[in-house]
Design a protein around this ligand. Structure first.
Ligand code: SAM
Length: 201
């Protein structure tokens, strides 16, 4: 991922959502995007030019557009009509985004549109976030990675973020994943954890 004097950027046509430009680069704001926050906290290179990405919870395409700047193709799933309209506009301006208007709890409805993913990125802020990840395990390549952005307060407001995190990890492991690493996204996003998964052996 591209670092210009400590600022995360991506290379692509600007003006997608009013993002700042640094010369030819689009500034990727960690307060608006959990994936950018993860990069600032941990500086791993999550995106490669040959990657096929399945993106669940695309919203209006803010993060999707940056991911598309770095990768081969992005299959972007969103189920709310209003953000979907914006996502369609973003998709018109990027040749490698496939917008999918569908519900991520029912992957069988869009399975035929997909190809095996190098990376699945999930940011849906719903109670059943771990369940959604388990439902998508067969769409991940054997050596692929799953980044689950867990919004703990959407899962159970009565439990502490740490309890929700532990419960979710148990559910993910029971569903066939290995938790490779996890990072809390403070100070950029409160009560959110990035959980990096691989398929268990
Ligand atoms: N990832 C976006 C970004 O960084 O620009 C922000 C995503 S926002 C936190 C969560 C999005 O997930 C919302 O747009 C919501 O409509 C969508 N969503 C929630 N549940 C979903 C589901 N079951 N299927 C598809 N989209 C869903």
């Amino acid at each position: 991922m591209i670092d210009v004097n400590g600022t995360l950027v991506s290379k692509g046509k600007g003006g997608v959502y009013g993002e700042k430009m640094l010369g030819e680069y689009r500034v990727w704001d960690p307060y608006r995007s959990k994936l950018a926050a993860l990069w600032y906290l941990e500086k791993s290179d999550w995106l490669k030019s040959s990657d096929v990405v399945l993106y669940l919870g695309a919203a209006n395409g803010t993060t999707v557009s940056h991911v598309a700047d770095y990768t081969e193709s992005v299959y972007a799933v969103e189920f709310a009509p209003r953000p979907m309209q914006d996502l369609l506009e973003v998709s018109k301006r990027r040749k490698n985004i496939v917008p999918i208007y569908s519900d991520a709890t029912q992957p069988q409805k869009y399975a035929a549109l997909l190809e095996p993913a190098d990376l699945i990125y999930q940011d849906v802020a719903q109670p059943n976030q771990a369940e959604i990840a388990v439902k998508h395990i067969d769409f991940l390549k054997t050596d692929g990675r799953y980044i689950l952005m867990l919004k703990t307060r959407s899962v159970d407001i009565r439990k502490s973020p740490q309890e929700v995190f532990a419960d979710s990890c148990r559910e993910l492991e029971a569903g066939g994943y290995f938790v490779e690493k996890s990072i809390w996204l403070n100070p950029y996003h409160q009560d959110h954890a990035a959980i990096i998964l691989r398929k268990a052996d």
